[in-house]
Design a protein around this ligand. Structure first.
Ligand code: SAH
Length: 354
């Protein structure tokens, strides 16, 4: 059987060519595009300005990605929503909606699982299952926008997965989510977070997009970084920092550095000083994240006082720094934990023959 086309992952040019190859007029492509990416329909039957014949043809040759909501958890503290979505192959992924004064922000996953192996991260515990298609990245946002009935204005690619390990699909996703016939989210309202895959950081910089690049730094030197992030064995910090500078040079976009504070591992005064020296006079922003402990590892969050001191030390050195507000504390912990718990529960049920 011929594999169906993932129509929601096509850009408008590709869609036009496809529509013409079906023997239909080119302008139909724009109509279909708007149904998928603006009106966010999940079934060809809803595309009411197309003839029944076209809809039938589309149905036969294409798959219209529509994530199924398995679970939603809503925080009583701040309205944060955590979604567990099922993909058509039965895999599950998670996404988070955060409500800010400046608008609604959605944190999406870029892969099912992850192969980067960061020690404190729940997403990587079972390794990488597969990459997400552009349509599956988009649909996380589409389903959430429909669920809340409000516009999503910001996107952070900081959920499960390493976005630069799924490079082509990430670029396609950015093209589609910013497109004027789609949700038209501004590039400046998109942040992509990477653990630091150096060659791909250069490639991304060369695209000269206006998105924000966030680097997961987590340590001021290679020695400590290697204990937290296996990727540090492949790319030393000096090369990672050069790639960051190149990104700034090419795009003019200020880098964000993420630093998850783990008690006794990377949070003492010396490390704050070393971090200040590493960052130097770069025009950038550091986001301190109190580590979110996962039950599979024994990392402990730095205490409040330590976190505040760490911040003060950086500020003393003229560095622009914030402590990440912990959103949705009451509904779940870190990135990948909701999915992990779901999988563990399913595994238990299967073993028990339920
Ligand atoms: N692969 C990308 C996106 C991952 S998640 C990256 O590495 O940047 C986004 C951020 O959350 C990363 O900085 C990641 O290191 C951090 N993170 C993951 N699990 C965490 C946890 N349990 N506590 C604190 N930060 C965590």
């Amino acid at each position: 059987m011929k594999e169906k086309i993932d129509i929601k992952s096509l850009d408008l040019d590709e869609l036009q060519r496809f529509v013409e190859s079906m023997g239909e007029k080119k302008f139909r492509a724009k109509q279909i595009y708007e149904w998928m990416h603006q009106k966010l329909v999940t079934d060809f039957s809803e595309m009411t300005n197309l003839s029944k014949n076209i809809r039938e043809k589309l149905n036969q040759s294409c798959e219209l990605t529509a994530l199924e909501t398995v679970d939603v958890k809503i925080s009583k503290l701040d309205g944060t929503r955590k979604y567990l979505f099922a993909l058509s192959d039965g895999n599950v992924i998670e996404s988070v909606l955060m409500k800010y004064k400046h608008g609604n922000s959605v944190c999406i996953s870029s892969q099912v699982g992850c192969r980067m192996g960061c020690r404190f991260c729940a997403s990587t515990l079972d390794g990488l299952e597969r990459n997400l298609a552009p349509s599956e990245m988009l649909d996380q946002i589409y389903r959430i926008q429909q669920d809340i009935g409000e516009r999503v204005s910001n996107v952070v690619v900081m959920g499960s997965g390493e976005p630069l390990d799924n490079f082509d699909n990430l670029l396609k996703f950015i093209e589609l989510i910013t497109h004027e016939d789609g949700l038209q989210i501004s590039q400046r309202n998109i942040t992509v977070s990477t653990c630091g895959i150096v060659p791909n950081m250069y490639q991304l910089a060369d695209r000269k997009l206006q998105i924000t690049l966030a680097l997961s730094l987590h340590a001021p030197n290679d020695e400590v970084r290697k204990t937290l992030m296996p990727i540090a064995n492949a790319f030393p910090l000096c090369d990672v920092m050069k790639a960051c500078d190149y990104y700034f040079e090419k795009t003019g976009r200020r880098m964000t550095f993420e630093y998850s504070l783990v008690s006794g591992v990377n949070d003492n005064e010396e490390e704050a000083k070393a971090l200040s020296a590493l960052i130097g006079h770069r025009n950038c922003h550091i986001n301190l994240i109190p580590v979110n402990p996962i039950k599979e590892r024994d990392f402990v969050q730095s205490d409040k006082e330590n976190i505040v001191n760490f911040k003060k030390l950086l500020e003393k050195n003229g560095i622009n720094v914030t402590i990440r507000r912990e959103m949705g504390r009451d509904i779940d912990g870190a990135c990948g934990q909701l999915r992990k718990r779901y999988l563990d529960r399913k595994g238990d049920e299967q073993r028990a023959g339920m």
